[in-house]
Design a protein around this ligand. Structure first.
Ligand SMILES: CC(C)(COP(=O)(O)OP(=O)(O)OC[C@H]1O[C@@H](n2cnc3c(N)ncnc32)[C@H](O)[C@@H]1OP(=O)(O)O)[C@@H](O)C(=O)NCCC(=O)NCCS
Length: 385
């Protein structure tokens, strides 16, 4: 058998391999820079708002005032859930992880709400529907698992403020809503990471955007991707006090284990999002548990960077985000789902861009198995084993 895969380049984890040409975002991993459509993520977090950033990612330009108002109106109009999805959320066990709930809900939404069918409805309309409904799904699940009626979305509020309103049942303070909005901006896009790749692979088969985003949510959930923020809080609580940091690191390193919230495939210095989140945490944290976690985190950062900085191991986006989320009253198991709520903007941007000049992803695997087994002989041997 002529094995053509022998000549195929093999790169484990696709490290250093480009799979798309894109003008959506760029990471300079050495300089610790992340840009969306030419703008630094720090500037967008400081001056823009999540809806404007989603528009920018999808359309490649900043919106005019009219376009932004129109986009916000369209998003607000799509926030409500149909009775089927509301019922589904009540049927899921209260113990379900919010990422599993979200993956299930977006998949079900594809059955109920999909419009992009080649007959006039565009991909953007389906993307708006998903982006708008994710916060409602999460807040409704939080209500359902606590035996409370859901708080209906408010069309008067921006995306970030509306989520906090539905989650907590009261209007958030302006400063708090602004911080949460900036967090969504920081998490909105990040080039070709694992979940964006998953979304793009699914979309490249010309499947629908609901399926692609369902793939992405399932991928983001993993503890070495978006699931790290939850593990970081558990780790900070386990350490408990800055005085325990050195021993903790010593034990982890001698056991060859990774420290959650550190390291990145592309950033080999400070992740710019971690820098912003760290200063947010310092400014925002007022509660006693929050202060303790922050003290432990600062010490942990110091020790890890001192020991592993040479290898390019620095805090990533997930390191300080959980401390900030907890201070905003967001339950620990919601952290990754908040990430998904924001990243949905980036996933959709890549789905739109990639399918514009689509080519189905179809890589090879290098075969290492047998090639000349005979069924009857092997079956006879198997019977005797
Ligand atoms: C994100 C991550 C998967 C990137 O992994 P990667 O690009 O495959 O990096 P590698 O596995 O090649 O690691 C390179 C080296 O750094 C070390 N390293 C990477 N992340 C580390 C961490 N969090 N703690 C300790 N050491 C780490 C590896 O052990 C390896 O060391 P070695 O060369 O001596 O074997 C990895 O850093 C990680 O698992 N981090 C913890 C989980 C996390 O915070 N994820 C969120 C990412 S935003």
């Amino acid at each position: 058998m002529g094995d053509t895969t022998k000549q195929v380049p093999f790169v484990k984890g696709l490290e250093g391999v480009a799979v798309a040409i894109s003008s959506i975002s760029h990471i300079d991993g050495k300089a610790g820079r992340l840009i969306y459509r030419g703008f630094s993520v720090e500037e967008l977090a400081q001056y823009s708002n999540f809806e404007e950033v989603a528009f920018l990612l999808w359309h490649g330009k900043l919106p005019t005032d009219f376009e932004l108002t129109d986009f916000k109106r369209k998003l607000a109009r799509e926030r409500s859930l149909s009775s089927e999805i509301s019922q589904l959320l009540r049927l899921l066990p209260a113990s379900s992880h919010p990422m599993d709930v979200l993956r299930t809900a977006v998949s079900a939404m594809g059955v109920l709400y999909r419009r992009c069918d080649g007959s006039g409805f565009s991909l953007i309309e389906d993307a708006i529907s998903i982006l708008s409904k994710i916060p409602t799904v999460l807040a409704a699940f939080e209500a359902a698992r606590n035996n409370r009626p859901p708080v209906l979305p408010s069309a008067e509020l921006d995306h970030a403020a509306n989520f906090l309103y539905m989650l907590h049942g009261k209007l958030p303070e302006e400063k708090v809503a602004r911080v949460f909005d900036a967090i969504l901006i920081l998490h909105a896009e990040q080039e070709m990471n694992a979940s964006t790749f998953a979304a793009t692979v699914t979309a490249s088969t010309l499947s629908d955007i609901f399926s692609a985003i369902t793939s992405a949510i399932g991928t983001l959930k993993g503890p070495i991707h978006g699931g790290a923020s939850e593990r970081v809080i558990e780790m900070l609580d386990e350490i408990g006090d800055p005085a325990n940091v050195e021993t903790f690191i010593e034990e982890k390193m001698s056991a060859g284990k990774r420290i959650m919230g550190f390291g990145h495939r592309i950033y080999k210095t400070y992740d710019p999002r971690a820098v912003v989140l760290k200063s947010m945490a310092k400014e925002l944290v007022k509660s006693d548990p929050g202060r303790k976690r922050l003290e432990v985190a600062l010490k942990l950062e110091e020790v890890v960077v001192e020991r592993l900085g040479e290898k390019g191991i620095y805090p990533n986006v997930d390191f300080y985000s959980g401390i900030v989320y907890s201070e905003l009253g967001i339950p620990k198991d919601f952290f990754t789902a908040i990430f998904a709520m924001a990243r949905c903007a980036g996933w959709a941007a890549h789905i739109m861009e990639y399918t514009e000049s689509n080519r189905i992803f179809r890589p090879r695997a290098i075969y290492e198995g047998s090639t000349d087994l005979r069924y009857l002989e092997e079956k006879a041997k198997a019977r005797c084993e």
